[in-house]
Design a binder for this molecule. Structure first.
Ligand code: FAD
Length: 402
């Protein structure tokens, strides 16, 4: 099978890239080792994604935003507190002209929409579930050998296969890795009162506790999802609690305005780590999203920066393709790496710093931290800058977003 681009990994980043490239007239083959229906089911992954205003534009460019938006909840209010105390910093959408900061969408719904769109796109072939057994790089292209004897040939291979990337390993790209010795427990909860489209991040010594607003369920019950960061290792934590203890702990962590809170979805736990590829490119290969940089979810930015890689790489490849140039040429790939590395490194370092800063309970540091947040909340230009960061309005990719 021949294509211009082979994308390994049909997750949120891989499929968005594949659809965007196919929309620009390139022939694309996207391969994933998982069963598509299984990855799109709510029981496969309890996470919701905070999709920023900037990411919404990337997904819209791939032609699939409308159906995702129908089940997504806009974020109009962001509140930051510490240890369950009063709100120290608050961003309201009225401060950015009424624009939503982003949307909370269930991963299953995003994946389902992307898979359906991929299946309807003529010059895009989704091979799933299929395994790549070997990658052979040649001078004018790359050959992927698949299980059951077939092979795919492309001018360029894109690794979008997540933080344990097979492509990255096979191409010998070294990584910088560090465990945070924390895990994130996620699930959906229902609560008595409406959430008012507020996303809340409460920083605690063991890690942040985030409440993310969701749309009401079919029975009209008010829903939010939580990301509850706790210690990793063998110590007992929220995954071990029985339902009564879990719900009581939830109610204690939620602000009173939510009323009674109870878990409805299954609990999932994610060990947290930092995984950074030392380079994003090699001969006829480029890495995007988590395959290039897996970061701490403290600011809900992992997928958002991954989608910036997607829009940047798609823009560069589209220009090369339209000019009749080789899309796998080293000069084309080097431009992608140049344009994305700084932004991603700043975000990885920023989330790493935030996690250490808020995990430190030494008294002078916690006093300085609270004072810092209060000062920021009174400094309009700094607040505006932070609000635009939360919206994913990144100057480095503005030129690629229509
Ligand atoms: C608790 C938690 C909460 C988060 N919340 C947010 C948030 O609110 N906002 C945000 O922006 N980010 C968030 N993130 C980060 C976000 O989940 C990731 O950045 C995002 O999923 C990366 O997408 P991806 O497509 O690169 O990788 P993945 O989602 O990991 O997809 C990789 C795909 O590749 C496939 N694959 C893997 N290996 C192979 C192989 N060998 N062959 C073929 N296919 C393969 C997999 O089946 C999968 O489909 C969160 C992360 C965690 C842990």
């Amino acid at each position: 099978m021949k294509s211009d681009i082979a994308v390994l990994g049909g997750g949120m980043a891989g499929l968005t890239l594949a659809l965007t490239l196919a929309g620009s007239g390139m022939r694309v083959i996207c391969i994933d080792h998982a069963e598509p229906e299984a990855t799109a089911s709510p029981s496969a992954d309890g996470r919701t994604m905070a999709v920023s205003w900037g990411s919404q534009k990337v997904i819209a460019g791939a032609g699939v935003w409308e159906s995702i938006e129908r089940a997504a909840c806009p974020i109009r209010d962001i509140r930051i507190s510490e240890g369950g105390g009063p709100v120290l910093l608050r961003f309201r959408s009225e401060e950015v002209g009424g624009q939503s900061f982003g949307w909370i969408a269930e991963i299953g719904a995003i994946r389902r929409t992307l898979i359906e769109a991929a299946r309807k796109t003529d010059n895009l072939t989704l091979l799933a579930p299929r395994r790549v057994t070997d990658i052979v790089t040649e001078e004018d292209g790359v050959v992927l050998r698949l299980d059951r004897g077939k092979a795919v040939r492309a001018s360029l291979l894109v690794g979008a296969d997540g933080r344990r990337s097979f492509v990255r390993d096979r191409m010998g790209v070294p990584t910088l890795e560090r465990s945070y010795c924390q895990r994130a427990v996620v699930c959906t909860v229902i609560h008595e009162n409406p959430h008012g489209n507020a996303a809340i991040e409460d920083f605690r010594a063991e890690g942040p506790f985030a409440i993310l607003p969701m749309t009401d369920d079919v029975q009209g019950r008010h829903r939010s999802s939580i990301v509850w960061t706790t210690h990793g290792g063998r110590r007992k934590g929220p995954m071990d609690y029985d339902d009564r203890t879990f719900n009581a702990a939830l109610t204690a962590r939620f602000p009173d305005l939510y009323g009674e809170v109870a878990r409805v979805g299954e609990r999932f736990a994610y060990p947290l780590s930092l995984v950074l590829a030392r380079t994003y490119i090699s001969s006829r290969m480029a890495l995007v999203a988590d395959a290039a940089h897996g970061i701490h979810p403290i600011a809900g930015q992992g997928l958002n920066i991954g989608l910036r890689d997607v829009v940047c790489l798609a823009g560069i490849l589209t220009e090369a393709h339209a000019a009749g140039r080789d899309v796998g040429a080293q000069a084309v790939l080097a431009r992608y790496e140049r344009e994305r590395r700084f932004d991603n490194t700043v975000m990885a370092a920023g989330t790493d710093f935030l996690n250490s800063l808020f995990g430190n309970n030494v008294l002078p540091i916690s006093v300085a931290r609270r004072a810092g947040l209060r000062i920021v909340s009174r400094m309009a230009p700094v607040k505006r800058f932070l609000m635009h960061q939360a919206m994913g309005d990144a100057p480095s990719v503005r030129k690629w977003i229509s």
